[in-house]
Design a protein around this ligand. Structure first.
Ligand code: USQ
Length: 406
């Protein structure tokens, strides 16, 4: 297949591009390199040293003889450029990763909220709009988030996207309908993914577009089979308070002797998936497109759930690290249960890589190798969800808050 990977320079986009290129597909990365600019804005860098996208693709070609093409295009701003590219190349499938993906970054200030909404929603809408205009029947696979469902305890398993409901009619009958599971975003970033869902529903219904939305959990790990092949193919690995995600952060913190930064009681339960499974799931989704005119296909892309404090305690035990119990900079339920259905991917052959498989130690080793690149002052998560929370929390340089939220 000829596949366009939008956002193919990012944390999941890059290993996905390699994985699919390795599988024999013709890969075109479209990216505006915004993630690299945000590193510059925040004054942080990936734990792992990353080369330019051009250099990465050159090394891939030298290693494998396969070409990955790169096109510098901003989906959200350059509609005509995007449309022109799609019209010329007419890909069979498009994978859409091209969105600002960090919840804390999206909550930093009014400017960051505006940026996240306009970037993410425009990118998605420009793409859908162009597909219709060009009458291009490419299968669109979008990387969404488990966060569209929210994290409140429901007492039932979260289905894969759709929920059967009974609606009482005026004459007392009950009619059944299947609706999108009610969205309940916990950040501006997560909200943009809820808006994406609505755009997909409309364009699938109105224009018959073939769309798959992947509701992904928190990704952990850094290497995949292909990124291991050469030091210059290495994936990015974020540790800072905005882009680092919880499990990877704990592993890096353990490697550099920094206390593990648990927000609140650590009673938050979240869904997780290893980066290797993430790229496999995307390939499975690509190979199983919905029919034209059918409904949006939704998969829950996660393999296990864990409570944040259990992860911290497990890593503390494994590495001898200390845990810092911090006031939570986010507005979220302090404790929640989470049960998620993921039978679709399992039914299509996914064999989950779980936490128990010795990979945690490998990640600590990667982090130790590059520990000299870490700026410890960028480890604390300082983006607060509300002004009230911001007024109540502050940090010392080692991430331990001096004041606490009452
Ligand atoms: N947390 C800590 N300590 C930390 C960092 C985070 O206790 O040092 C807690 C947070 O308060 C939160 C949980 O860990 O309760 C998860 O935070 P996270 O930063 O790992 O993940 P999140 O902000 O939800 O976002 C990440 C990705 C996003 C993706 C999402 C999947 O950045 O792109 O959509 O995970 S999910 O969480 O399933 O919605």
């Amino acid at each position: 297949m000829k596949i366009a990977v939008l956002g193919g320079d990012g944390f999941v986009g890059w290993p996905t591009s390699l994985h699919l290129s390795d599988a024999g597909h013709e890969i075109h990365i479209l990216d505006n390199l915004s993630r690299r600019w945000i590193d510059t804005e925040l004054g942080v860098q990936s734990l792992t040293p990353m080369d330019s996208i051009q250099e990465r693709t050159r090394i891939w070609h030298a290693e494998t003889g396969r070409r990955i093409h790169f096109h510098l295009i901003d989906l959200a701003k350059d509609y005509e450029l995007l449309k022109g590219w799609l019209s010329k190349h007419r890909p069979d499938a498009i994978i859409h990763f091209a969105e600002q993906r960090a919840a804390p970054y999206s909550m930093k200030s009014d400017r960051h909220k505006n940026y996240t909404v306009s970037n993410n929603v425009n990118a998605t809408h420009n793409l859908l709009n162009a597909l219709v205009e060009l009458d291009l029947d490419a299968h669109l696979v979008h990387l969404g988030t488990m966060g569209v469902y929210g994290y409140s305890t429901v007492g039932a398993a979260i289905p894969e996207g759709y929920l059967p409901v009974g609606i009482e009619t005026a004459d007392g009958r009950t009619v059944s309908q299947e609706i999108l599971y009610p969205s309940n975003p916990g950040s501006i970033y997560h909200m943009t993914k809820c808006l994406d869902q609505q755009l997909f529903q409309f364009y699938a219904k109105n224009d018959g577009l073939r769309i798959t939305d992947l509701h992904q959990g928190i990704v952990w790990g850094t290497h995949t089979e292909q990124t291991r092949r050469h030091t210059q193919l290495i994936n990015r690995f974020d540790y800072d308070g905005d882009y680092g995600t919880v499990l990877n952060r704990f592993l890096i913190q353990a490697a550099i002797g920094y206390p593990l930064t648990v927000h609140g009681t650590g009673g938050q339960t979240r869904a997780f998936i290893h980066i290797q499974d993430s790229v496999r799931c995307i390939e499975i989704a690509l190979n199983n497109p919905p029919a034209r005119g059918g409904r949006v296909e939704i998969f829950n892309q996660m393999t296990e759930t864990h409570r944040v404090r259990d992860l911290a305690e497990m890593i503390a035990k494994m590495t001898g690290s200390r845990i810092a119990w911090l006031p939570n900079p986010r507005k979220e339920a302090p404790e929640n249960e989470l049960v998620v259905k993921n039978e679709k991917f399992l039914g299509l052959g996914l064999e989950p890589t779980t936490l128990g498989e010795g990979l945690l130690g490998e990640i600590v080793d990667v982090a130790k190798k590059y520990a000299y690149r870490v700026d410890r002052s960028r480890v604390p998560a300082v983006s607060a969800w509300t002004r009230d929370i911001a007024a109540k929390v502050e940090h010392d340089p080692e991430g331990v808050r001096l004041k606490s939220v009452s």
